[in-house]
Design a protein around this ligand. Sequence first.
Ligand SMILES: Nc1ncnc2c1ncn2[C@@H]1O[C@H](COP(=O)(O)OP(=O)(O)OP(=O)(O)O)[C@@H](O)[C@H]1O
Ligand SMILES: [Mg+2]
Length: 309
Amino acid sequence: MSEDLVLEVEGLRKTFHIGFFRKRVEAVRRASFSVRRGEIFGLLGPNGAGKTTTIKSILRLIFPSEGEIRIFGRPAGDREAAKRIGYMPENPYVYQYLKPLEFLDLCGRLVGMPLDDRRHRSEVMIDKVGLRHAVDRPIGKFSKGMMQRIGLAQALLHDPELLILDEPMSGLDPIGRKEVRDVLLEQRARGKTLLFTSHILSDVELLCDRVVIMQRGEITSEGNVHDLLESTGHRVEIRLSGASKTLRDSLASRSAIVEAGDGYLTLRAEGQQAVDEILRISSAAGARLDAMIPERQTLESLFLQDAGR
Ligand SMILES: Nc1ncnc2c1ncn2[C@@H]1O[C@H](COP(=O)(O)OP(=O)(O)OP(=O)(O)O)[C@@H](O)[C@H]1O
Ligand SMILES: [Mg+2]
């Protein structure tokens, strides 16, 4: 195993049997990926794709039907490896009547943190996740977003090397999402490794170094976020005015015409060479360049394209 791989998932499969007739549900059919030290890795996919099942298998909260998982080079479920992981579940199971600091103290005790350490880290975390105003409230009275924040504080409490977060942004308002993004980026800057699931693709785009997209239990896309978005090629929309009919006909053979009006022309060009050529011809023909807008593929369009397959 490479020193740089913090997590390796190979051929993961998980089948549930439900109901009296033991109907089979193939939650994860075939998933292989690895997470490198120091990166933010996104596990994306629509509802029911198998993300939470994958995460629970990694944490050995459930047993996979097949496949191999190694964390820090050790088999999943290893106690030493577990101490180096922080986990934020999709629905944090918290004790309703505890106040935030009492809850964090309990979590710290469960991972074997000494008293002083627990006290100090709990206070730091409360400020980090912006819950200082709510220290006197029992967690049972928290809003969804506040619950997410206490879940994050709990995951970060023992300063783990690997953070596994299931939907850390859900239920947060835009300010809350920005705050959580900043916390995650700070963790990466400190050399931590992060694996998280999300539906909020703009956050994923802003945060992740690499992603996998999961559909019905299978991985359909994988890679560096930048490469995935670039793979569709470089497309640019070009808007011209003062374009003659001759120019229009000449350009039509080189690019797609999106819209043509009285002297106005909107084109879509693919690749730098085509763009250069269109600009040269238009300028020679006396047309004016009104705008040039790069069309970037978003993670959302990639996601929808994958889903359509
Ligand atoms: N304990 C279980 N028993 C039976 N089926 C289950 C169980 N847990 C998950 N499943 C099924 O496995 C599939 C994948 O579920 P999973 O929770 O992993 O999806 P997900 O990608 O996390 O979805 P979401 O985005 O909604 O959180 C679903 O069809 C779900 O109904
Ligand atoms: Mg889930």
